[in-house]
Design a protein around this ligand. Structure first.
Ligand code: NAP
Ligand code: ZN
Ligand code: ZN
Length: 347
């Protein structure tokens, strides 16, 4: 075992603080990664505060991990010592069900999350990327192209794939009109990715102060959603709307913004019931859906797409000691547009 430093919440809602954790020496098919950067996803905050049931505490968050391969097991192929690599929200799955065979591990009933639950053995807590090292099955380790800036690539491992996957699934291209609700970590990458796919992108935001950033990131329009006229003026405009907001929205109002056959995709969700009138869906055959992250093959495809289009996250790089303050700022929609922890500050 290798003793390493990490930041953990001891119980739901507790402040994160420094702890020591154990990482195993890599098995034959595993990779030991020396972590350089880890993004702060809003999900980390939900998990650390106990918003979702069933989490294992102490909880070391972090599933937007970029680092360098320090050691590989004897049977590892495709990763070498020194490579820049990433780990996202999944560290393993059953590898044999229909979902795994079709490279959609995010839907595997036995998928293993990077943190908050147990590892594949069923009893070792899985600790995430707010730590100096992690040992992961090599098949779940992604390659980061040298042309990507590593700190700016870290948020791609969750925020990037979570927005890329639905854009691909709903066939976004140069003919698409896409709305992005919420300009935070997920939202700003959704704008960059959809614009790179050729779509006409509009940001729908509660923060008028983000208007100029939205246009700089690649949107061609910005709707301030606290203005009711934003909805009446844009009825029937979009093919696809991605919502990155976990708070309940007036979903009927957003559905009215869709064209015939348009889809409202929820990326942020909570456990409160979603209330929608049937008359918001029926007349123009509209849909409401939700989408979780993406599979490993698609995550690599997204990383390669980002390398080709020079897409990285807009980040605020922080030291690990500032993580609790960063959480407060994320909760106040005050991040431009992803906090990334410099893990050197933990060494
Ligand atoms: P974030 O950086 O905090 O961004 C969320 C944005 O939503 C905020 O910047 C804000 O944008 C807007 N917003 C916040 N509260 C709002 C409210 N009450 N009403 C309307 N808009 C509000 O969060 P994130 O990291 O992008 O994550 C967004 C959500 O997606 C979280 O709930 C997270 O757990 C979830 N998530 C889901 C997946 C998945 O697999 N589906 C993956 C990762 C994260 P404006 O200031 O522009 O309004
Ligand atoms: Zn995430
Ligand atoms: Zn499976």
């Amino acid at each position: 075992m290798i003793t390493t430093s990490a930041y953990a919440a001891n119980e739901p809602g507790a402040l994160l603080h420094r702890v020591k954790i154990e990482r195993r020496q890599p098995g034959p098919h595993e990779v030991l990664i020396d972590i350089d950067y880890c993004g702060i996803c809003h999900t980390d905050i939900h998990m650390a505060r106990g918003d979702f049931p069933g989490q294992v505490f102490p909880l070391v968050p972090g599933h937007e991990i970029v680092g360098r391969v320090q050691q590989i097991g004897e049977d590892v192929r495709g990763h070498s010592v020194g490579d820049i690599v990433g780990v996202g929200c999944l560290i393993d799955s059953c590898r044999s069900c229909d979902e795994c065979v079709s490279e959609q591990e995010q839907f595997c009933d036995k998928r293993i999350s990077t943190y908050g639950r147990y590892e594949k053995d069923g009893f070792t807590p899985a600790y995430g990327g707010y730590s100096t090292h992690i040992t992961v099955a090599s098949e779940f380790v992604l390659n980061i192209a040298p042309s990507l800036q590593p700190a700016a690539a870290a948020p791609l491992l969750c925020a990037g794939i979570t927005t890329y996957s639905p854009l691909r699934h709903w066939n976004v291209d140069a003919h698409s009109r896409v709305g992005v609700v919420g300009l935070g970590g997920l939202g700003h990458l959704a704008v960059k990715l959809a614009a790179a796919m050729g779509a006409e992108v509009t940001v729908l935001s509660t923060s008028e102060s983000k208007r100029s950033d939205a246009l700089r990131l690649g949107a061609t329009d910005f709707l301030y959603t606290r203005d009711p006229e934003a909805f009446s003026r844009n009825s029937g405009r979009f093919d696809l709307i991605l919502s990155t907001v976990s708070a309940a929205l007036d979903y009927d109002a957003y559905l009215r913004l869709l064209k015939r056959d348009g889809t409202l995709v929820l990326l942020g969700v909570s456990d409160s019931p979603i209330t929608v009138s049937g008359f918001s869906l029926l007349p123009r055959r509209k849909s409401i859906a939700a989408s979780p992250i993406g599979g490993i093959r698609e995550t690599q495809e997204m990383l390669d797409f980002c390398a080709d289009h020079q897409i990285g996250s807009d980040i605020e790089l922080i030291a690990i000691g500032d993580v609790n303050a960063a959480y407060e700022r994320v909760l106040h929609s005050d991040v431009r547009y992803r906090f990334v922890i410099d893990m050197n500050s933990l060494r």
